[in-house]
Design a protein around this ligand. Structure first.
Ligand SMILES: C[S@@+](CC[C@H](N)C(=O)[O-])C[C@H]1O[C@@H](n2cnc3c(N)ncnc32)[C@H](O)[C@@H]1O
Length: 484
C-alpha cells in the first residue's frame, strides 16, 4: 500500500504515478483545497516526466469539473450511490470513469487495469472487484448504446468489456437515463450545479444554455496581448514561429493573438522575460479599448490585481499621465508591481493597497480627479468556468448575493472620483444579470445626468474566449451629478 506521504514514482506499477497523484488531488479537493493549489503542491516534488504531469493534470482537473456527471454514472452503475461510496473508492471510480468517457488517448483496458491496481495500492484491494465490475459495466452499456445507434447487435461486440470503448462519437452521458426536466438534464450532462442550470435556462434559450455548458467543459484558448511599447504583433508572430510555436492574430484586437497549440511553460516562450507580451484572454483584452485612455490622462483602476488591464492602460498612455492601480489584496498587488516592471510601465503605474469602496474618504483629493475609471469588480466568474476546474462548485447564490452588494458599494465608492465629463467602465467576467445589467441599472437609477453609452455581454462559447460583461458610462459634464 502506498503511504500517505510522498511516494517514489519508480516503485509503483507502470501507469500508476500520474493516476495516484490525480487521486491525491481529488482527496485534497474533497477536503476543501483549491484544485490548482493542490495540484501544484503535489506536482512540484513528484519527479514526474512531462507526459505524466500532463496526464495527472488532465485527470485531476477533468474529474473535478465532471464531478456531477461522474457521480451520476456511479449512481447508475453501482449497488451504492456515489454519496454512499467510501470517499477513497469514489475517487478511484471517478478517475476510471473519466478515462473511459473522456480520454481518447487512454485505451479502455489500460483505464480499467490501472484503476484496479490503484485501488489495490491504496489498500482497497477488497473493493478492487467493485472497481473492475463497474468500469466493465460502463463499457458494456456504451457498447450497447453504440450498437443500438448503428442498428447492430452489441452482444458480440463486447462480452467482457474488452472491446475498445474508445472515445467515441457518443456523448459522455450516452447510456445514462436522463431526467425529463430540462434544467436537471442540462446540469447533469454538462456537470453544472443544479442552481446554475436552472438560472441558465431563465437567462438563455435552451440551445444557448447548451453552448454555455459545452464551453464550460472545453479547453480554454491561450491568448496573448502584445505590449506595443516593446514589440508589434507581426514581430511577435515571427518570433513565435521561429521558435516552432504556432499562433494566429485575433482579428478584432489590435494587439491580440492566440496560440494554436498549448506549449508547456508559457514563461519560456520568446519575449516573456523581456516584457514583449502577457497572457490575457481575448475578451479581457477588449475591455480597456472601451475605456479609451489617452496620453496625459489620469486613470484609476480600482480593482487592479494582477494588473492585466492596468498595464494595458499604462501602455496606451505612452509614458504620459498616471494610472493608479488600487487593490485590497497586498499579495495580489505585488503581482501588479512585478507585471508593470516586466512590461516597462512602472514609471506611470502606481500600485496602492486600499479598499476601493472607501477611496473618496481615504483620498479626499481624488474627488473629481480621474478622467477615466476602470472598475473590474470581483464577481462570480461564471464566464471563466473553463479555466478553473472547481469554480462551479465554489460559487452559489448566497455568495453571489454578497458579491452584488460589494459591486454596488464599489460603484458608489468610485463614482465621486470621476471628473466632470469623465468615463467609467464597469466590467465583470460573469454572465449573471444581477452582477451585470441589473447592477448598472440600479447605479443609474436616480442619476439622470449619467449616460450608459454602451453595454456588452460576451458569452462563453461564442467566438472562443471567456464570458465578460462591460458597461461604458459617461459622467455629466458639470460636477452636479457626480456621487450622491
Ligand atoms: C476581477 S479581479 C481584477 C482583475 C484585474 N483588473 C486584471 O485585469 O488583472 C478583482 C480584484 O478586485 C480586488 N478587490 C476585491 N474587493 C476589493 C475592494 N473592496 N477594493 C479594492 N479591490 C478589491 C480583488 O483583490 C481582485 O484582485
Amino acid at each position: 500500500m502506498v503511504g500517505s506521504s510522498r511516494h517514489q514514482a519508480s516503485a509503483l506499477p507502470a501507469g500508476l504515478p500520474p493516476r495516484l497523484l490525480a487521486w491525491r488531488v481529488l482527496q485534497a479537493v474533497q477536503g476543501g483545497a483549491y484544485a490548482d493549489i493542490a495540484l501544484e503542491r503535489l506536482l512540484g516534488p513528484s519527479g514526474l516526466a512531462a507526459a505524466d504531469r500532463g496526464l495527472a493534470t488532465e485527470l485531476a482537473y477533468g474529474c473535478v469539473r465532471q464531478q456531477r456527471l461522474l457521480q451520476a454514472w456511479i449512481d447508475a452503475l453501482g449497488r451504492r450511490s456515489a454519496a454512499d461510496q467510501p470517499p477513497k473508492l469514489r475517487s478511484v471510480l471517478e478517475l476510471g470513469l473519466y478515462q473511459l468517457l473522456f480520454c481518447q488517448r487512454v485505451p479502455a483496458a489500460a483505464a480499467v487495469h490501472t484503476s484496479v491496481t490503484l485501488a489495490q495500492q491504496l489498500g482497497l484491494g477488497r473493493l478492487a472487484p467493485v472497481v473492475n465490475g463497474m468500469l466493465r459495466e460502463l463499457l458494456r452499456r456504451r457498447a450497447d448504446a453504440r450498437a443500438q445507434r448503428s442498428g447492430g447487435d452489441a452482444a458480440g461486440a463486447d462480452q467482457g468489456g474488452q472491446a475498445s470503448e474508445g472515445p467515441t462519437t457518443l456523448e459522455p452521458w450516452t447510456g445514462l437515463d436522463l431526467p425529463a426536466d430540462p434544467a436537471a438534464s442540462l446540469g447533469l450532462r454538462h456537470s453544472l450545479p443544479a442552481w446554475l442550470a436552472e438560472e441558465l435556462l431563465r437567462w438563455r434559450p435552451l440551445e444557448q444554455a447548451e453552448a454555455f455548458g459545452r464551453a464550460a467543459n472545453a479547453a480554454a484558448p491561450i491568448d496573448l496581448r502584445v505590449n506595443p511599447l516593446r514589440s508589434s504583433r507581426e514581430q511577435l508572430l515571427a518570433e513565435l514561429e521561429a521558435a516552432g510555436v504556432r499562433a494566429e492574430p485575433l482579428p478584432e484586437l489590435a494587439e491580440g493573438l492566440t496560440l494554436s497549440d498549448a506549449p508547456g511553460n508559457l514563461r519560456q516562450l520568446p519575449g516573456y522575460a523581456e516584457g514583449r507580451w502577457c497572457v490575457q484572454d481575448r475578451h479581457a483584452q477588449a475591455i480597456v479599448p472601451l475605456l479609451d485612455p489617452r496620453p496625459g490622462q489620469r486613470v484609476l483602476d480600482a480593482c487592479a490585481a494582477p494588473g492585466g488591464k492596468a498595464t494595458q492602460i499604462a501602455a496606451l498612455l505612452q509614458g504620459s499621465g498616471e494610472v493608479w492601480a488600487v487593490d485590497r489584496s497586498a499579495a495580489r498587488l505585488r503581482r501588479v508591481a512585478a507585471n508593470a516592471e516586466r512590461l516597462g510601465v512602472s514609471e506611470i503605474l502606481r500600485p496602492l493597497e486600499a479598499d476601493a469602496t472607501a477611496l473618496a474618504s481615504l483620498r479626499p483629493a481624488w474627488r473629481g480627479h480621474f478622467d477615466r475609471i476602470l472598475l473590474d469588480v470581483p464577481c462570480s466568474g461564471l464566464g471563466t468556468l473553463a479555466r478553473h476546474a472547481d469554480a462551479r462548485w465554489r460559487i452559489d447564490p448566497d455568495r453571489i448575493a454578497e458579491l452584488v452588494l460589494l459591486q454596488s458599494q464599489l460603484l458608489e465608492g468610485v463614482a465621486p472620483l470621476l471628473a466632470p465629463g469623465g468615463c467609467l467602465v464597469y466590467a465583470t467576467c460573469t454572465v449573471e444579470p444581477r452582477e451585470n445589467g441589473e447592477r448598472i441599472a440600479a447605479f443609474l437609477n436616480g442619476r439622470p445626468d449619467w449616460r450608459l453609452r454602451l453595454e456588452r455581454q460576451w458569452w462563453p462559447g461564442h467566438g472562443g474566449g471567456d464570458g465578460f460583461y462591460a458597461a461604458v458610462i459617461d459622467a455629466p459634464a458639470s460636477g452636479e451629478g457626480r456621487g450622491r
